[in-house]
Design a binder for this molecule. Structure first.
Ligand SMILES: [Zn+2]
Length: 302
């Protein structure tokens, strides 16, 4: 069966992932971009993908892992993912605090999940981000396309400063793929970095579709990282191919590229993301760094 089939037999898939890890001698995978959120929010996201909303660019997007939360967590463990995140994000003001409360509870009952929080430009953002940090948040998610805000909004300025000082990474969906937003693209994030050059931004999806502009930012700012989420997959290559000429730059950034998958909201099996990284032919050291070591170092995993 092709690894493009969303109905790949679960046991067979877990064995495939194990083969990948064992060949590289990895103790596990670190996946910085997985989605866990309150059930009714997740259902809405799935409905959205089903309805071919603008975020999908009108492309069919059959979710491969439409399962109960417990099963989804179990599946990541079967894959040997030793640390993952609960990427969640508000699409309007007044929602982030509630999401953060849920995420704190999820992290408490799911020790292999890195305690995740989110933010939105609103008057109390500084207060709830500080609270989240005090409560042990280890990673934040910001979604510029869904939130439809300017990341360089003044309301966020002090908060970016706080996060930079804390050294806590922020996975940020700021590229224009699969669909552009008013404030997506390298320019607004570039303004944030000009003010906060030590901010640990993790540019989601390798910056799709502006891959090379975001590689520029990563090369300019040494705390900027990129996650592989959905990049290089057959699905994304059809919509927004990664430019071949930029491949050597991925080798240069070997210590700042992190495995991300978008599990469970993907229209293909998890193992496909791993196979496409292998297919880049950047070598086993690169794969080990991307799929485990860089994340383990960033989050101080033992
Ligand atoms: Zn995502």
């Amino acid at each position: 069966m092709s690894d493009q089939s969303p109905s790949m037999i679960p046991a067979a898939e877990a064995a495939e992932v194990r083969r990948f890890r064992e060949r590289l001698g990895l103790p596990g995978l670190v996946d910085v971009h997985t989605h866990f959120m309150p059930e009714r929010v997740l259902r809405k996201v799935w409905d959205y993908f089903d309805g071919l909303g603008p975020l999908t660019g009108g492309t069919e997007w059959p979710i491969a892992y439409r399962e109960e939360e417990e099963q989804r967590v179990a599946r990541l463990r079967e894959f040997g993912v030793r640390a993952f995140t609960a990427m969640l994000y508000p699409h309007k003001p007044g929602m982030a605090r509630w999401l953060n409360g849920w995420a704190a509870g999820f992290a408490r009952r799911t020790p292999d999940c890195l305690h995740t929080s989110t933010l939105f430009p609103e008057p109390d953002v500084h207060a709830y981000v500080r609270q989240a940090l005090e409560a042990g948040a280890r990673v934040f998610k910001a979604h510029v396309q869904v939130g439809a805000y300017d990341p360089a909004d003044e309301l966020l300025d002090e908060t970016w400063g706080l996060l930079a000082e804390a050294g806590v990474p922020v996975v940020i969906h700021c590229g224009s793929g699969p669909a552009p937003g008013k404030h997506t693209g390298p320019e607004p994030v570039g303004r944030v970095l000009a003010r906060h050059p030590r901010l640990r931004l993790v540019v989601a999806h390798m910056g799709m579709t502006e891959y090379e502009d975001f590689l520029d930012l990563a090369e300019r700012y040494e705390e900027v990282r990129l996650d592989t989420t959905m990049a290089f997959t057959d699905f994304s290559e059809r919509l927004a191919p990664f430019p071949r000429r930029a491949l050597p730059r991925l080798a240069g950034l070997a210590d700042r590229i992190l495995l991300g998958s978008d599990f469970p909201n993907i229209p293909y099996p998890y193992v496909h993301q791993l196979h496409v990284l292998e297919r880049l032919d950047l070598g086993d050291d690169w794969l080990r760094a991307v799929c485990h070591d860089n994340g383990a170092r960033l989050f101080g995993l033992p």
